[in-house]
Structures are given as structure tokens and as C-alpha cells.
Ligand binder design. Structure first.
Ligand SMILES: Nc1nc(=O)c2c([nH]1)NC[C@@H]1CN(c3ccc(C(=O)N[C@@H](CCC(=O)O)C(=O)O)cc3)C=[N+]21
Length: 285
């Protein structure tokens, strides 16, 4: 049987069109969804991601305001800006682009964002709600992965999901969401010994490592669903995932491409969270 390519780009495009109708309805009701993105410094990858978010938001009829601050911005100044945005009723979603410069404590900044406007789903309150399985803003990449699995009718319950990577923004939350859906979840990471012995048992393999093409076909069980979260830029400027796609296609039943897989879904889910925030969903306090 041949492999199915999970087309995140196409699915994200469809979702954005559906969201546009929802936004038009909200606007008729007098609510214009607005996302404010805060970008500190000029990390070239961040600049390019933020452009993508801005464009996608505008296409869906969502206001996207990008506040660009210099590298020299102090932690205090950033916290003050977040406080202002928290109090600004025209702003429904706040996203502080990561990574932040080293002199700023990321966790402090994330926690300063109102959980009601935390469209990244990174605030401890929202992480807690995710863990207990309540409705809340889910982190966009894990949410995008789950949406893609569902859109392609991939069964999760009872499957062995192996997550490689334990970042707060991808690895940890995607494992939790899979667990919430009754998968058996194994986490692997940079200190895991004999990675292959775990990955070759995976019905669903999530690669969120950040190293180009390290997951070769020997790591993959025949018939596995392979989700490649890696976005690695090669010297020639091209993008590639953590999975050696060509080899993996010989073993996998389903696989996400890079680009055009998880990345576009991440942005679509950011827009979904922003619309939900504008509707007043997931509020606490
Ligand atoms: N507070 C915060 N929230 C984030 O969600 C966040 C962040 N910080 N920091 C950086 C990462 C990375 N990220 C991506 C989103 C979309 C693509 C994406 O659309 N990728 C395209 C290719 C884009 C290209 O060509 O460069 C694709 O995979 O097809 C990539 C990366 C969000 N992040």
C-alpha cells in the first residue's frame, strides 16, 4: 500500500476559509477579532514566521498588529507593554514571539499574559486546563497536529504514540493531548538511550527534535503515522524536517511533509484561538 501525504497546507487553507466566514459573522455582531504579536529583536527566522502569521490573519479578516521592539528592550518594558495589551479591550489575542533575548525571562513574560488572551496556550493556567482535559486555548502546533490526525481519520485510542522532544511548546503538550485521547504515550529526548528501540514500536511517531533528517527509515515501524515537526534550514536555503522523508515513505502509512505539513496548521490554529478569544471562550477569573 502506498503512503498518504498529510497535506497540512491544503487543510490549513480550507480551515482559514471556514474561519473567514466565522469572522465575517463576528464583525456583523460588532466584534473585530484582533491579534497583537510582539516581536523583540531581529532573529531572521522569527521575522519570517511573524510575516506568515500576519498574512494569514489578514486573509481570514483578523486584525494583526505587530509590535516590533529592539533587542535592547528590558524585561520591565516588555512586561509593561503586556500589561497594556491585557487592559486593551480591542486586543483579543497576544502572542510574544519566542525565543526572547537572553536577558528576558521567558516564563515570567508568558505568565504575565492574561490567560484569556493567551492564544499560544503557553500560560500555566491554560497548560493546567489542558492537562485536566478542560476546554482551553491549546498550544498551536500540538493543536494543529491533533486537527490534522482527526481530519484524516487517524485512530488515536489505544495506539502507541512516541514523541521525540520534550519542549514546552511542542513535545510535552502533544504527548498530553494524545494521552487525553487514550493513546499510550512514550516520551523520548536527547538523553534517551537507544532511541530506535522506542521509535520502532510507534504507531504514531512525532518527531520534534530540531535536527535535519535524523529519523531514517530504520527508526520507523511499517505502517506508522509519521508527524514531522522539524523545520530545519539547510545551507542551500531549503527547508527540511527531522525525518528523512524519502526513506520514511517506504515504511509509513501516513507522513507530513516539510514544508507544507505541521507549519501551516500551527498558524491556522493560532487564528482559531484568536477567534475563540474574540468570542470570549475559555475565560477564567
Ligand atoms: N510565541 C510563539 N508562538 C509560536 O507559535 C512560535 C514561536 N513563538 N516561535 C517560533 C515557532 C515556530 N513557528 C512556526 C509556525 C509556522 C511555520 C510555517 O508555516 N512553516 C512553513 C514554512 C515557512 C517557511 O517557508 O519559512 C511550513 O512548514 O510549510 C513555521 C514555524 C511558530 N512558533
Amino acid at each position: 500500500m502506498s503512503v498518504n501525504i498529510l497535506n497540512g497546507k491544503q487543510l490549513a487553507q480550507r480551515l482559514r476559509m471556514e474561519m473567514k466566514d466565522e469572522v465575517d459573522q463576528l464583525v456583523q455582531d460588532g466584534i473585530k477579532p484582533k491579534l497583537t504579536v510582539v516581536l523583540v529583536g531581529n532573529n531572521p527566522a522569527s521575522l519570517s514566521y511573524v510575516k506568515g502569521k500576519e498574512k494569514a490573519a489578514k486573509e481570514a479578516g483578523i486584525l494583526a498588529d505587530v509590535i516590533r521592539l529592539p533587542d535592547s528592550t528590558s524585561e520591565k518594558e516588555l512586561l509593561r507593554l503586556i500589561q497594556q495589551l491585557n487592559e486593551d479591550d480591542t486586543v483579543h489575542g497576544i502572542l510574544v514571539q519566542l525565543p526572547l533575548p537572553e536577558h528576558i525571562r521567558e516564563q515570567l513574560v508568558i505568565t504575565a499574559i492574561s490567560p484569556n488572551k493567551d492564544v499560544d496556550g503557553f500560560h500555566p493556567v491554560n497548560i493546567g486546563k489542558m492537562m485536566t482535559g478542560e476546554d482551553t486555548f491549546l498550544p498551536c502546533t500540538p493543536y494543529g497536529i491533533m486537527t490534522m490526525l482527526d481530519a484524516y481519520d487517524i485512530e488515536i485510542e489505544g495506539k502507541h504514540a512516541v514523541v521525540i522532544g520534550r519542549s514546552n511548546i511542542v513535545g510535552k503538550p502533544v504527548g498530553q493531548l494524545l494521552l487525553n485521547r487514550n493513546a499510550t504515550v512514550t516520551y523520548c529526548h536527547s538523553r534517551t538511550k537507544n532511541l530506535k528501540q522506542y521509535t520502532e514500536q510507534a504507531d504514531i511517531l512525532i518527531a520534534a527534535i530540531g535536527k535535519a533528517n535524523v529519523i531514517t527509515k530504520d527508526y520507523i515501524k511499517k505502517g506508522a503515522v509519521v508527524i514531522d515537526v522539524g523545520i530545519n534550514r539547510l545551507e542551500d536555503g531549503s527547508l527540511t524536517g527531522d525525518v528523512d522523508m524519502e526513506g520514511a515513505m517506504e515504511k509509513a502509512s501516513h507522513i507530513t511533509p516539510v514544508p507544507g505539513g505541521v507549519g501551516p496548521m500551527t498558524i491556522a490554529m493560532l487564528l482559531k484561538n484568536t477567534i475563540d478569544a474574540a468570542k470570549g471562550l475559555n475565560r477564567v477569573e
